[in-house]
Design a protein around this ligand. Structure first.
Ligand code: GFB
Length: 314
C-alpha cells in the first residue's frame, strides 16, 4: 500500500472506522476518502456504485455497520441482519466491480459458536449453533466473510477479513439502551458517583467473560493487515486476556473512584458465557496489542469527561 493510495474508510464516524482513519492519517497516508451516512447511504446499492465509479478508491477499510450491545442486538434483529447485509454486499460488490485492489472487512467475535472451544481459533467458524441474542448480526458478518472469500477464490481479489473482539475507546456509544457493556458501565458508575448514589445496576449475573481490545490497538492491527496480509482466511484480533463482567465493573469503579456496591440484575441476558479469541495467528505474523485494559479504561474515561454533557447523555 502506497502512502498516496486512495483509501476509502467506510464508517469513519463509528468507533472502529474513526480509529482506523486516525491511524492511517498518523502513519502518513495522505489520500483518505470518507463519507458520512448522510452524504452516502451505503445501504443504497445505486448510490454506492456511483460513489465507487466516480471516486475509484484503490483500498477499502470496511468498518461501516449497524452495531450495538446485547440488548440492541436482541431487540432489533431485522436491522442487524438486513442493514449489515445491505452495507457489506453493496460495498464489497462495488469494490470488486470498480477495481479496488485491497479490501479489509471487519467482522466480530460473535460469529463463532456460543460454545466454541476457548480460546477460539479461526477454524471454529460454522462448527456449532450461535448465541441467540446476536444471531442476526453474526449471520450477516459470516456472510460478509464468505463473500470476501468467494471473491478471492473465484476472481483472485485481495479481500480479507479480520475479527475484532469486543472493542472500546474514545468515540464509543454511551447510550444505555444500545451500547456495549464497557461504555454503559463507565457512564452508570460515573453518574452514580455524581449523584451520590450507593449502588450501580449491572445487567446479568456478572459471570460471563469478555475480552476487551482498545480501538486504537484494533486500528493498528488493521493497518498492519492492510499493509502486510493478503490471506483471505479470516484472522482474529484480540488481546489474549478476558475478565468477568463483575471484574470489569469493579475495575471501572476503581478508575472512576466510586466506592458504592454492584447489584446484578439477572432478568437481563448474559449472552454467550465466554468468547476469548485465539489471536496467535496474528501474533505469529508480528502484531501485538499495546494498551492494557486499565490504561485504556482510564483514557476512555478521561475522554468521556471531556465531552459536552449532550454527547455523554445521548
Ligand atoms: O457488551 P455487551 O452488550 O455485548 O454485553 P456482548 C456483555 C455482557 O455485559 C453481557 C453484561 O453479559 C451483559 O449482560 N452487561 C452488564 C451489560 N451490564 C451491562 C450494561 O449496562 N449494558 C450492556 N450492554 N451489557 C455483543 C453482541 O455481545 O458484543 C454483538 O451482541 C457484538 O453482536 C458485540 O458481537 C461485540 O459481548 O454480549
Amino acid at each position: 500500500m502506497e502512502k498516496t493510495d486512495r483509501i476509502f474508510v467506510a464508517g469513519h464516524r463509528g468507533l472502529a472506522g474513526g480509529a482506523i482513519l486516525g491511524e492511517l492519517q498518523r502513519a502518513g497516508y495522505s489520500n483518505l476518502l470518507t463519507r458520512t451516512s448522510t452524504e452516502l447511504n451505503l445501504r443504497d446499492r445505486g448510490a454506492t456504485r456511483t460513489f465507487f465509479e466516480e471516486e475509484r478508491p484503490r483500498v477499502v477499510a470496511l468498518a461501516a455497520a449497524k452495531v450495538g450491545g446485547i440488548q440492541a442486538n436482541n431487540d432489533h434483529p431485522v436491522e442487524f441482519l438486513l442493514w449489515n447485509l445491505q452495507i457489506q454486499n453493496n460495498v464489497i460488490e462495488a469494490a470488486a466491480d470498480f477495481g479496488v485492489e485491497k479490501l479489509l472487512f471487519l467482522g466480530s467475535s460473535c460469529i463463532y459458536p456460543k460454545f466454541a472451544p476457548q480460546p477460539i481459533p479461526e477454524d471454529a467458524l460454522l462448527t456449532g449453533a450461535l448465541e441467540p441474542t446476536n444471531e442476526a448480526y453474526a449471520i450477516a458478518k459470516i456472510a460478509g466473510i464468505k463473500l470476501c472469500q468467494a471473491y478471492a477464490r473465484q476472481l483472485g481479489k485481495r479481500f480479507i477479513s479480520a475479527m475484532p473482539t469486543n472493542l472500546y475507546g474514545p468515540g464509543d456509544n454511551f447510550d444505555l439502551a444500545s451500547s456495549h457493556v464497557l461504555p454503559a458501565l463507565l457512564r452508570k458508575v460515573h453518574e452514580a458517583k455524581q449523584r451520590g448514589e450507593r449502588e450501580v445496576v449491572v445487567w446479568g449475573t456478572g459471570t460471563p467473560r469478555r475480552e476487551f481490545l482498545h480501538v486504537d490497538d484494533l486500528a493498528c492491527a488493521c493497518r498492519f493487515l492492510l499493509e502486510q496480509h493478503d490471506d483471505p482466511a479470516l484472522i482474529n484480533v484480540g488481546c489474549g486476556e478476558d475478565v468477568t463482567i463483575r471484574e470489569l465493573a469493579e475495575t471501572i469503579c476503581e478508575v472512576v473512584g466510586f466506592g458504592g456496591s454492584l447489584v446484578f440484575d439477572a432478568t437481563k441476558p448474559d449472552g454467550t458465557p465466554r468468547k476469548l479469541m485465539d489471536s496467535s495467528r496474528l501474533r505469529r505474523l508480528g502484531w501485538q496489542p499495546a494498551i492494557s485494559l486499565r490504561d485504556g479504561l482510564r483514557s476512555t474515561y478521561e475522554w468521556f469527561l471531556r465531552q459536552p454533557a449532550t454527547i455523554r447523555e445521548t
